[in-house]
Design a protein around this ligand. Sequence first.
Ligand SMILES: Cc1cc2nc3c(=O)[nH]c(=O)nc-3n(C[C@H](O)[C@H](O)[C@H](O)COP(=O)(O)OP(=O)(O)OC[C@H]3O[C@@H](n4cnc5c(N)ncnc54)[C@H](O)[C@@H]3O)c2cc1C
Length: 448
Amino acid sequence: MTAAAAHRSGRTAVPPGVVARVVLGAVLVVNLLIVELLFFTSGGGKNSVLTVAKFFGLHVALIMMLQLTLVARLPWLDRRIGMDRLTSWHRWVGFSLLWTVVLHATFIVVGYATLDGKPVGRTFLSLAAVPASLLGMCAAAIIIAMATVSVRYIRRRLRYETWHALHMLMYLALLLGLVHQFLEGTTFTASALSTAYWWALWAFVVVSLIVGRIVVPLRRNAYHQLRVSAVVPESDNVVSVHVTGRHLDRLPARAGQFFIWRFPGHNHWTRANPFSLSAAPDGRTLRLTAKAVGDTSTGLRHLPVGTRVFAEGPYGAFTTLHQVKDATLLIAGGVGVTPIRALLEESTGSTVVLYRVQTAADAVLLPELQALAQSRGAQLHVLTGRTGAGTPPNTPFAPDDLLALVPDITDRDVYVCGPPAMTTAVLKTLRTLKVPRAQIHAEKFSLA
Ligand SMILES: Cc1cc2nc3c(=O)[nH]c(=O)nc-3n(C[C@H](O)[C@H](O)[C@H](O)COP(=O)(O)OP(=O)(O)OC[C@H]3O[C@@H](n4cnc5c(N)ncnc54)[C@H](O)[C@@H]3O)c2cc1C
């Protein structure tokens, strides 16, 4: 990539995603080492089983803090790693938290039962009568309940808002866990240094959550005062919502990013839906384009002009910040065209756009794409037809077909956004064609 192009997009020699992963990994390793040191220097439990329980208890605290940091929506991490990946890590860290909690609780009960020579059930009840232990039990119960509703089978059957509201109980678990650790954790008070360490860690997590999830969104919305300025139907089931506000040039949004939108006054304030920007932010307006799939997205068509908008964001790493080559291939499927349309506005070098739809009539925003492609000298291919139909079968994203359309694909950054099945197929083909991983960028329209 030329130095000028790199400067324009804010790109650096080391990919920002790599920097963020290294920083996150290093912070984690350092904290793990400190926790191991605290464990080995603070003495064992009253018996060997309780020593093991203590080991797991310390790790519960650390994992919980990692778990919460991943979803604190820290702009630095989000822009570099992306909310989809961070929430996916949060999900897997959540399951390791569950098993560590279960092991900690089991070893505690078994350890005390052995120590007192009582049955496990009786020991459990007597521990529940001790306030500090009871707090830990309540925190564990919330973590187990959250992990249960997050199992894909159950999660899919719950409304997003219901699942999200239940998930908020994790903040209660955090509070109970902190008090439990403060009252019962021997390493918390083992030395002035270890007390300072734990307080610093908890303070970092709590402040990150408050800043990322409350202060930044409230401040941004109070400052920008967003309102709906126009509602434009793009087709029978797709609508664009234009939003204006004060000083939008100071909003650090980029093409390819998304916001979590609320329309209080029109919808209940708990309704919050992620939609990408379907045009690059121009400092005066923001635009989202939504396909009607459920109540909120269908209702956007009836938003009155002037409706107050509360937007959390911008979020996401599907931006040219991560571009490593000068040339670009943008692949959109269906309504996945929204961030692709915005990215096309920002693309500078040689650009090819592939837009996959069943029929040309389904290609929303096509006139805009055509005009943009023409003004930027980009090639645009609209790929229609049912996948697998005809002879030879219609397989636009099979390796040979994709290579025929874009022969220099390995020299391009590839941005793909579309239905999950299409995105998966494209990613598989890119791997087959040996497109380097650093050049592949995908937005899945789903958060774990
Ligand atoms: C990063 C991202 C960007 C997106 N960009 C666009 C876009 O530009 N255009 C577009 O048409 N669609 C986009 N989507 C999909 C869009 O968010 C959903 O289609 C929409 O939220 C459906 O809401 P609903 O109330 O109409 O339907 P519902 O029936 O309530 O929801 C349908 C599905 O949408 C998902 N969903 C709903 N609310 C949320 C939420 N707050 N967070 C995460 N998932 C949720 C759930 O998985 C749910 O099963 C995007 C999704 C993500 C994650």
